[in-house]
Design a protein around this ligand. Structure first.
Ligand SMILES: Cc1cc2nc3c(=O)[nH]c(=O)nc-3n(C[C@H](O)[C@H](O)[C@H](O)COP(=O)(O)OP(=O)(O)OC[C@H]3O[C@@H](n4cnc5c(N)ncnc54)[C@H](O)[C@@H]3O)c2cc1C
Length: 418
């Protein structure tokens, strides 16, 4: 192993939208940061459509997530101002609302149920007749049974956000280093007292019960140790592997593959709609996100699969079939890109944001299908953590400690038969 380098305040692992915002917040507070990612801005953030849609993303059984989404959507306009001021880049924030088109009568029934859920949770949506849908969307296909309008669901361009931030951060002298973090550097109190110092997580003795562990930095692929007061993991679905052998800390992220198709409507300008169009097509959700530069993002498939980055014919066929059921004119748009990436899934669809290991390890990951929407609130929570401030009550639901292993595994299933 090479000798350790000099000490720094913070190491950030991952340069997707979450890592980039973390570094930016840390630099604002005058911290010295080292930042690592072997493939910056090319994870889930690269694929994302960028919907900031707290209303249409509200789902049955996800009340805590809805509260977090709403809080983040509230913070986004201020963040946009800050980011555009700092980066001098238009990050594609469109405040135009969103329309959900219900295809058949079953889809209309689903739209009605969602509308009832919105009312119960004080989210602003409006039921529309088929004629009202056509008024807002003259491009709609022949088959429309009704729809829903959400005034507060907007969009941003995630690629612009992450690339603009990486550029602005570099101009301030901090560069994302294209290296993989292989492991955390951990010290536990027992071994410290016994005179044993830093060692790589994964060694057997880390699993001994009752140890208080502190993260002292990271070990890069190739063996270089980087010592830091604190480490922040924002490595998307790969975050789990970095803490896999740390006793008492579980960050159970997993890859959930998704595909999107990018189209260009510049040659068919009449395809432009100001707002995002979503569809419920015979029970399948679809979205069509138009950007001001002529791009349309059509998404997204969802598979419990690894991040193989391969778009499938079947997946893309399904997306285009359902999108053209909503807007048939999409047939004429040029296909510019198909993309497959993995969302950072968590067991309860809520992110993991908080500090562990005596505050030496911070995590901001597991944002699943809402990492762009949740980026604003996440950046606020990261700022609180960096400043040692108590996190607001609404952040309790995303505490990383909620997945910490119980010491007695049998205590998890008290109904077991004798
Ligand atoms: C098809 C699709 C559509 C989506 N649409 C939306 C949407 O419309 N709205 C929305 O809110 N969300 C959407 N999402 C979800 C959103 O993209 C993610 O939740 C969000 O991008 C997560 O950001 P992140 O920075 O945590 O992860 P990522 O963007 O995946 O970044 C993680 C980074 O960590 C790096 N990394 C991993 N391991 C290591 C390591 N050991 N060392 C160093 N670096 C490492 C990776 O290289 C990567 O660059 C979508 C996702 C997909 C896949």
């Amino acid at each position: 192993m090479e000798p350790a380098t000099h000490r720094i305040d913070l190491v950030v692992v991952g340069a997707g939208i979450i890592g980039a915002l973390a570094v930016w917040r840390a630099l604002q507070d005058g911290l010295t940061v080292r930042w690592y990612d072997p493939d910056p801005a090319n994870g889930a953030t690269y694929a994302a459509a960028g919907m900031i849609a707290p209303t249409f993303e509200a789902a049955f059984g996800e009340h805590d997530l809805m509260r977090l989404n709403v809080e983040s959507a509230r913070l986004w306009p201020t963040l946009v101002k800050e980011l555009e001021h700092e980066t001098r880049v238009d990050i594609g924030f469109r405040r135009a609302g969103s329309l959900t088109v219900a295809f058949d009568s079953g889809d209309l029934e689903e739209a009605r149920r969602l509308h009832a859920l919105h009312r119960e949770w004080n989210l602003d949506s409006e039921m529309l007749s088929a004629a009202e849908v056509r008024e807002r969307l003259p491009l709609a296909g022949a088959h429309v049974s009704g729809g829903l309008w959400a005034e507060n669901d907007h969009q941003i361009n995630p690629r612009e956000v992450s690339l603009a931030l990486i550029g602005a951060i570099a101009r301030h002298g901090t560069h994302v280093e294209k290296k993989r973090v292989a492991a955390l550097l951990v010290t536990d109190e027992n071994s410290e007292q016994a005179g044993v110092n830093n060692h790589q997580v994964g060694e057997e003795d880390q699993r001994v019960e009752g140890k208080r562990q502190r993260v002292e930095g990271v070990i890069l692929e190739g063996g270089v140790s980087i010592h830091a007061d604190r480490v922040l993991i924002a490595a998307g679905w790969q975050s789990s592997s970095l803490v896999a052998d740390l006793s008492g800390i579980d960050i159970p992220t997993r890859p959930v593959k998704g595909e999107v198709v990018r189209l260009n409507y510049n040659s068919v300008p009449w395809l432009d709609t100001e707002f995002t169009v979503r569809g419920l097509v015979q029970g399948r959700p679809i979205y069509i996100v138009p950007r001001s530069d002529g791009e349309i993002v059509v998404g997204a498939t969802t598979y419990e699969r690894e991040d193989d980055r391969q778009a499938t014919a079947g997946g893309i066929f399904t997306l285009l079939r359902d999108a053209r059921a909503v807007i048939p004119g999409l047939d004429e748009a040029e296909i510019t890109e198909v993309t497959a990436r993995a969302r950072p899934g968590s067991p309860d669809n809520l992110p993991l944001i908080g500090s562990v290991a005596d505050g030496t390890l911070m995590v901001a990951t597991g944002h699943y299908r809402h990492g762009i929407l949740l980026a604003a609130v996440t950046s606020h929570l990261i700022q609180c953590m960096l400043r040692g401030e108590k996190l607001p009550d609404y952040a309790e639901s995303c505490s990383p400690s909620r997945f910490t292993q119980l010491e007695d595994p049998d205590a998890r299933y008290p109904l077991s038969v004798e």
